[in-house]
Write a protein of this length. Structure first.
Length: 249
């Protein structure tokens, strides 16, 4: 959904913005082919009752309340159920980012202005100074979301959030039982491996392998299976921690 126009509603202030997805799919695209004739497979919307292909305009949504019993909802009725001001990003409160478990984060969007905006700049600076994120609600497509707006050096980034009922946390909290000597070694190992988050260094090894394989196939060469590194198996936890520290040191 590139170049979606919306606005941030902040009290009586409205800030027009352009919303763009921050994440792009890096996967290599494959088509499904019929092995026998090497032609692409097509997906057809088919009604088994009428025994024929169905056009998009002849399809409506239905909620199954009993076996083979449906309540139907035409597109117009679903549109009526959308919240008011569904084209806005309405701020409802401000919270500390540390209060939100990352498990709730879904998609990311960059919110920018079409031209220089004093209101946008002010909003950015206020978030930065207060070290808060804005909790807001909006509608994207046909789905209602709560989301957070956070200040970054690139501008305002909006993260849509999963609802609580969508995040399946275990009912029981973790009960830990650790040995103090093993804990000391584990902490030492963590400190030895501590570094900075440098995302440009982290490459998609699987996709890189696929791209290399495509190049080899284009040249008529065979794909060689890479050799897997053999890892030393250590069953004793204390010994495993000690060896890990020595290896890293």
């Amino acid at each position: 959904m590139p170049n979606v126009h919306s606005n941030i509603s902040f009290g009586l202030v409205n800030i027009p913005i352009i919303m763009n997805p921050l994440i792009k799919n890096n996967d290599t695209a494959f088509n499904q082919l019929h092995k026998k004739c090497m032609h692409r497979i097509k997906y057809i919307k088919y009604c088994p009752h009428c025994k024929r292909e169905v056009l998009e305009e002849d399809i409506i949504k239905g909620f199954q309340y009993e076996n083979d019993q449906y309540l139907t909802f035409p597109k117009e009725e679903l549109e009526q159920l959308k919240p008011e001001n569904d084209k806005e990003i309405e701020i409802v409160s401000f919270v500390n980012i540390g209060e939100i478990d990352p498990s709730y984060f879904e998609k990311s969007y960059l919110l920018k202005t079409e031209k220089k905006s004093k209101a946008y700049d002010l909003f950015c600076e206020a978030l930065k100074k207060e070290k808060k994120v804005a909790l807001a609600k909006t509608v994207l497509g046909s789905k209602f979301y709560y989301c957070i707006l956070r200040f970054t050096s690139y501008g305002i980034i909006m993260n849509t959030l999963y609802f609580n009922e969508e995040v399946d946390f275990p009912l029981e909290k973790l009960d830990v039982d650790v040995n103090s000597k093993e804990l000391d070694l584990a902490i030492k190992l963590i400190r030895e491996l501590t570094g900075k988050f440098e995302p440009d260094k982290y490459k998609d090894e699987y996709q890189n392998n696929i791209k290399e394989a495509i190049e080899l196939k284009m040249k008529g060469s065979k794909i060689k299976k890479p050799k897997k590194k053999q890892k030393e198996q250590v069953s004793d936890l204390f010994e495993a921690l000690e060896k890990s520290l020595k290896k890293n040191g």
